[in-house]
Design a protein around this ligand. Sequence first.
Ligand SMILES: Nc1nc2c(ncn2[C@@H]2O[C@H](COP(=O)(O)OP(=O)(O)OP(=O)(O)O)[C@@H](O)[C@H]2O)c(=O)[nH]1
Ligand SMILES: [Mg+2]
Length: 451
Amino acid sequence: MISDRDTIFALSSGRPPAAIAVVRISGPGARMALEQMLGRVPQPRRASLARLRDPVSGEIVDEGLALWFPAPNSETGEDMAELHVHGGRAVIAAVLAALAKLAGLRPAEAGEFTRRAFENGRMDLTAVEGLADLVAAETEAQRRQAYRHLRGLLGERAESWRQRLIEALALVEAGIDFSDEEDVPKDMMARSLELIRPLAGEISKAGAGQGERLREGLRVAIAGPPNAGKSTLFNRLARREAAIVSPFPGTTRDVLELHLDLGGYPVTMLDTAGIRETTDPVEREGVRRASERAADADLVLWVVDATQVQSQDRPTHGGIPSVTWLVVNKIDLLSDGERRRIESKFAKTENVNLISSATGVGVDELVNSVAAFADGFFTPEPALVTRERQRAHLKETVIALRDAQRAGEEGREEIMAEQLRLAARALGKLLGRVDVEDVLDVIFRDFCIGK
Ligand SMILES: Nc1nc2c(ncn2[C@@H]2O[C@H](COP(=O)(O)OP(=O)(O)OP(=O)(O)O)[C@@H](O)[C@H]2O)c(=O)[nH]1
Ligand SMILES: [Mg+2]
């Protein structure tokens, strides 16, 4: 632990005014700060009622709770103190100003508390990423995933892989040391190979999954022929006039995005231009974008006009891997007979939705179906990997491991040892143990001050 560093403080709770504000202090001067402002240090980890005084004027600033967390059993691993004061702007300003008067204390930078926790070995980098995601989580599924990372879902697995790799490496190195003896090296290599054989498969399996997608959300594109009512549906989902609606075909040109929380899952809805042949260059660009985004989506809602359903009941965005559902819109324009005819026409087809974007009939059912789709899309298995950075290091590990295995099978123990070292190093990078200075700034930059 580093003891000659600054002591930092910050407001860690949300935007004032609020009932309570939490100010945190971390570093070697935290004890002195309590002595100066309270006249005493509370019992460790016990909330105690205290009057807070300005250290220079002696004036009482506020009355609140104070907590003392001596190192190393604190979040940052340093001496820490928490002051719970009244959450008014002037109170907070006065408390922060009082702290700034103390020698060695300064306001914290964004993410600095967490960075200290990481540097003092209280969290590995995957847990730091989990914490960042937890603070940013907007839906229940995101919260659950982030919390698992914070609690070591990936970090603990990676650490155990790293231990196994180091064990395998030790065996190979021992084999090299004993290379004069007849059977020892062969035996060591065989044992080492046995250790690493299942690892590559295990790690690459962990690298697959929907974790990053859960951070980004499910992409649903509303597409179809012009004038079918796509933008009207989009606006109904947005509960506002987000897109321009008009009786003229070819109204929407750009792709519009809307972020929804459906059953705890983040969903990005896209409104796109009506797809048709056209000579207008701007509309043609819109059609190109629409086809591209539909192709890229996880689910396409192909909207058609109920009064023209015969000619248009097939998606025409061609050669696309995404799942497409037919949405028959404007059913308010149909007579009961016509409606029954359409219902029976699609009775055997899965995922056909009869709706009216104008009146809202059938829209709730459609939304529920999309939520159910999202639920199935995001695997029920907790996602181990949630970031490209994590996936890249796992991939690096697997490549090195496979090379190590090949070298081992060919009896080239020096190369095997080198590849095992590379694999262990890649896992070390994942955990933030080696070579991470450059990624640290990127990761901590996303944090707020006081975290
Ligand atoms: N009666 C009725 N009219 C609708 C319904 N949905 C949309 N409309 C009308 O159909 C016309 C076209 O609607 P839009 O939402 O602009 O259609 P769009 O598919 O986005 O059209 P483009 O952007 O040109 O591709 C407008 O006049 C809407 O008011 C509906 O459910 N019932
Ligand atoms: Mg439109």
